[in-house]
Ligand binder design. Structure first.
Ligand SMILES: N[C@@H](CCC(=O)N[C@@H](CS)C(=O)NCC(=O)O)C(=O)O
Length: 312
């Protein structure tokens, strides 16, 4: 069982999905270390750990590397079970609502946030090349994905905010008296509007109950953290052994046996695959074992939902 002080989050301040994890760390009052990663590729120090995956954030515990916030939430729950992110009796509902928020709500909010006025605010203090590099990097990541225009996104965003507001009519959090995974997932795209593209934040004023709910979640804080260098994080991995795998390591859906060289990649947005030996495919997660010249032997973990597994 990892101790909370061994948690290392690879992230950058502007990232909404990172804000989701920072708040979950606060919710569970955890201690963690913070490695700041670049906002755009190349990310050589991160990729030394992940073997290819470049999205943000990534959680490291020793030589175990956890990709995707849905998986990171499960790892935090295991590390510190209380307060739970999955209160009964609405665990299934909470996960399903969180998936909607991380997908539909996130992409709608970001299509709205990234309209020219929002982009101008994000990059107002940076050289024009930084904005250009960001646009190029993100359009390469989004190749093949449907693109929503800001005008269409604005209408959908307002509807989604009204739906969230309806849910908050008679309760402080989306599914009850305490926050659950759905609250953290629905919060982060709205946090971006409110704090990073605040020139557009009047849209949130239409639903005051949502703003009050955001204040309640923000009060959770980010737990206790200190900075760590990227090279030091790699040294932590190199000095550690991956944690032992749990018993039920194989649910085969692909006809690819354990021990095979495989590629795992996100189904959309950021197709860079990670290659390694498939050492576990549980009901919910894949684990790839790989060797890196700098990080040594690491286990890289992915959720099954949202990721494609192929023979290398
Ligand atoms: N499903 C992923 C989505 C992660 C994601 O799309 N993160 C954005 C930042 S908020 C990203 O990776 N952007 C490109 C980058 O940071 O390089 C998760 O839950 O972690």
């Amino acid at each position: 069982m990892p101790t909370s002080s061994s948690l290392i989050l690879h992230h950058y301040p502007l990232s909404p999905f990172a804000e989701k994890v920072r708040l979950m760390l606060g919710h569970k009052a955890l201690d963690w270390k913070s490695v700041t990663i670049p906002m755009v590729s190349p990310k050589p120090d991160l990729v030394a750990l992940t073997g290819g995956y470049r999205r943000t954030p990534v959680l490291q515990i020793g030589a175990d590397i956890y990709c995707d916030t849905a998986l990171i939430a499960d790892v935090l729950e295991h590390t510190q079970p209380l307060p739970t992110l999955y209160p009964e009796p609405s665990k299934g509902l909470a996960r399903t609502l969180a998936q909607w928020a991380d997908g539909t709500l996130f992409w709608t909010a970001m299509a709205f946030n990234m309209q020219p006025r929002g982009l101008a605010q994000i990059f107002e203090h940076t050289p024009p090349e930084a904005a250009q590099a960001f646009r190029q990097d993100r359009s390469a990541m989004a190749a093949g994905m449907p693109r929503q225009r800001p005008q269409d996104a604005a209408a959908a965003y307002k509807s989604y905010l009204r739906r969230l507001s309806d849910m908050l009519d008679d309760r402080p959090f989306l599914l009850g008296d305490v926050p659950c995974i759905a609250d953290f997932a629905a919060y982060h795209p709205l946090w971006f509007t409110r704090s990073r593209t605040s020139v557009l934040a009047e849209v949130l004023g239409l639903t005051p109950a949502v703003l009050e709910w955001m204040d309640r979640l923000a009060a959770t804080g980010h737990g206790t953290w200190e900075k760590l260098g990227a090279q030091e994080a790699i040294e932590v991995a190199a000095a550690a052994e991956p944690a032992a795998l749990q018993g039920d390591v194989f649910q085969d859906e692909h006809g690819i046996p354990l021990g095979s060289q495989v590629l795992v990649s996100a189904e959309s947005f950021g197709p860079e695959p990670t290659q390694g030996e498939l050492v576990a495919a549980t009901r919910m997660h894949y684990t790839l074992r790989r060797h890196d010249a700098r990080a040594g032997t690491v286990h890289v973990h992915f959720p099954r939902i949202g990721y494609a597994l192929k023979a290398a």
